[in-house]
Design a protein around this ligand. Structure first.
Ligand SMILES: Cc1cc2nc3c(=O)[nH]c(=O)nc-3n(C[C@H](O)[C@H](O)[C@H](O)COP(=O)(O)OP(=O)(O)OC[C@H]3O[C@@H](n4cnc5c(N)ncnc54)[C@H](O)[C@@H]3O)c2cc1C
Length: 611
């Protein structure tokens, strides 16, 4: 590698009298911010991207004319704002594609998201009976504590189904045993979503448009990179600058202001001043690059946030067709590969020669571990062997291959990350002219659309003086009104409103208060009825009411009887009222728990779609 020259050359940027906005990272978030700045506010930003192409994790690599997506990037969103952006940029190059994905386990394919009937048929009668028995056993005697992923899923599906469909794939993705993996990463998302969708589904008709979008999705003809290249060109056409191979390696700070970034490019370092800075680089690196550094607890917090990485072994197979899926989850423990993409089924144009097929074999790993550091030829060899072992293609049909590594592809949600992120957030809030955006900028499990929304909102904060909280995009849906309006039919968005309504409808009845109130009403009613009859007088006073004495021993239609009736009424009303309130609360709780559990199961069926 070429030795880096250390001398600093001043920025040569033409400032045009504009405020100079510096954007770090040419992924979806950074490029969206650049596009919005230039198209809506006529501000020409400069974007620094350390790789030789834009798109970040959503880039498309090209190997001998074959296009390889880093993973498989479905374009679907609930936000009209993002949809508009995509259409504006891609126009007719956006294809609507059907989705087919399956699990490969025990030499069989199972539909994914899991369909109970399909799963049971595939497993056979004997195994299905064992699974049902295990399900019932775990419903009756669940784990008392749900600390680990294993306990959490077992309590919902039973141990046997957990072992069949959840254990191996999850362990491949996270690299640790499911008995060590905290329940949090799945539980957090599933719990929130399921409670919300359960509640909302009681009030709102399901959003069929969203459902169909998950069954099918949009995809640029030549992969997601095509979108991000088009955005780069649009920015440059209007006078903005997107500089590739430009690694931001230093952040200059004066008090609470960022003054410049230091960019390493072609062996030189350039100091680029700016008025405002928007960064989509990993927030941990941003903190570490600050000069002068932030307080020690902030640096420590940045050191403690973790990531999971992955690499993709891309193979060219001399076969016209291999399997119909867009991707297949490989649960088979005999092989290390976790997921296989079949790019031709994403878009025919991903493959230059239609008599061939190109595959992306995804291996989840940690930067620096055995897989990550393995030579490319060895990884291709491993890929060829594994694809043959699971029977999806023949070893000798694989004619070429290439390897791409994607560091920091998954921000890790472990038991400590929230605390560390909070420390970082508090510190970053003190920087006046800086905003962090995107997936790793916010250490959030964001898809492209949410990463883009953070870019859009950062621009609004900067240009319109709004104060959108970028940390809650995707978490709380507290976007700016205009963006929220876009998704008004989405159950998740109306949740807050519905929750409030629910708080009134399903208010817990206080048994003591309700009993007392009912007791007083009943007691006063008996007293008032008795008193009324006594005041009316007559030869026989209140013969019908007198019948009450059959239940209220000692009661009579007399003034002392009225007091006894009052007392009886209070006691009986109190007992029945309290009991009713208690039973009603229990029934309500069980009903809510039932619908939450039902929608948890629904979401669990498609858990791996969130990875
Ligand atoms: C396997 C996988 C599958 C996915 N599938 C989907 C999907 O189906 N649909 C979907 O919408 N999303 C999907 N995503 C998520 C999607 O990839 C991300 O949401 C999106 O790429 C985030 O964009 P970003 O700009 O925030 O971050 P990134 O894509 O990480 O972009 C950040 C950019 O900053 C650059 N950078 C970093 N440090 C520096 C530096 N010091 N100096 C200069 N540049 C720097 C990086 O090179 C990168 O280009 C998937 C992700 C993975 C890992």
């Amino acid at each position: 590698m070429q030795e880096e020259k250390q001398h600093v050359i001043p920025s040569t940027m033409n400032r045009n009298g504009d405020q100079q906005v510096v954007i770090i990272g040419g992924g979806p978030a950074g490029l969206t911010a650049a596009y919005e700045l230039i198209t809506r506010h006529n501000i020409r930003p400069v974007v620094f991207e350390k790789l030789d192409k834009v798109g970040g994790i959503a880039r498309t690599e090209n190997y001998k004319g074959y296009y390889f997506d880093m993973g498989g990037h479905r374009f679907f969103t609930k936000s009209k704002e993002v949809q508009r952006f995509w259409k504006e940029v891609m126009g007719d190059d956006f294809l609507r594609r059907p989705r087919l994905s399956r699990i490969f386990y025990n030499d069989k394919f199972f539909h994914y998201p899991l369909k109970p009937f399909n799963a049971l048929m595939g497993l056979g009668l004997y195994e299905s009976v064992l699974i049902m028995a295990s399900y019932i056993r775990w419903q009756i005697f669940p784990y008392r504590q749900e600390e680990t992923f294993e306990q959490w899923v077992t309590n919902r599906f039973g141990k046997r189904l957990f072992l069949t469909f959840f254990k191996t794939y999850t362990e491949k993705v996270w690299g640790i045993s499911t008995s060590e993996l905290k329940a949090e990463w799945a539980a957090q998302r599933i719990k929130n979503l399921s409670l919300k969708s359960a509640i909302v589904s009681m009030f709102v008709k399901p959003n069929t448009k969203i459902t169909t979008l998950i069954e099918e999705f949009d995809y640029p003809r030549r992969g997601p990179g095509m979108m991000w290249n088009a955005v780069k060109e649009a920015v440059e056409r209007r006078g903005g600058s997107v500089q590739l191979n430009s690694d931001v390696v230093g952040i200059h700070r004066q008090g609470n202001r960022i003054t410049a970034v230091e960019v390493a490019c072609n062996g030189y370092r350039q100091v680029v001043p700016g008025d405002s800075f928007i960064s989509s680089m990993p927030v941990t690196e941003f903190i570490r690059y600050l000069d002068p550094p932030p307080p020690k607890p902030v640096l420590d917090a940045a050191h403690r946030l973790k990531y999971r990485d992955f690499l993709t072994v891309c193979l060219v197979v001399n076969k016209k067709e291999l399997f119909p899926d867009n991707w297949i989850y490989i649960h088979d423990p005999r092989v290390k590969v976790g997921r296989i993409q079949n790019f031709k089924n994403w878009s025919p144009e991903m493959v230059p020669d239609q008599s061939k097929t190109s595959l992306g074999l995804e291996y989840f790993c940690n930067e620096g571990d055995e897989l990550w550091t393995m030579a490319d030829e060895d990884l291709i060899e491993l890929g060829k062997q594994e694809i043959e072992r699971i029977g999806l293609a023949k070893y000798e049909d694989v004619e070429d291959g290439s390897v791409f590594r994607v560091p920091k592809s998954y921000p890790v949600y472990d038991s400590e990350y929230k605390e560390h992120l909070e420390t970082i957030k508090e510190y970053l809030a003190t920087l006046e002219n800086f905003q962090t955006i995107g997936r790793n900028g916010l250490h959030r499990y964001n898809n492209q659309d949410h990463a883009m929304l953070t870019g859009m909102l950062a621009v609004r904060n900067l240009m319109l003086g709004e104060s959108n909280n970028l940390w809650v995009v995707n978490a709380e849906q507290e976007y700016h009104e205009e963006i929220a309006e876009d998704v008004e039919a989405d159950p998740e968005v109306v949740t807050e409103v519905v929750k409030e309504a629910l708080a009134h409808i399903f208010t817990r009845l206080d048994p003591l208060a309700f009993g007392l109130a009912l007791g007083l009403i009943l007691g006063l009613a008996v007293f008032a009825a008795t008193a009324l009859l006594l005041l009316r007088g007559g030869p026989v006073v209140g013969p019908h009411l007198q019948l009450l004495s059959n239940f209220f021993i000692g009661y009579s239609v007399t003034w002392p009887g009225a007091l006894i009736g009052l007392l009886y009424g209070v006691v009986v009303g109190f007992v029945f009222g309290g009991l009713f309130a208690y039973l009603r609360n229990t029934a309500m709780f069980l009903h809510m728990a039932y619908i939450q559990r039902r929608s948890e199961l629904n979401l669990l069926r498609s858990l791996f779609d969130y990875i």
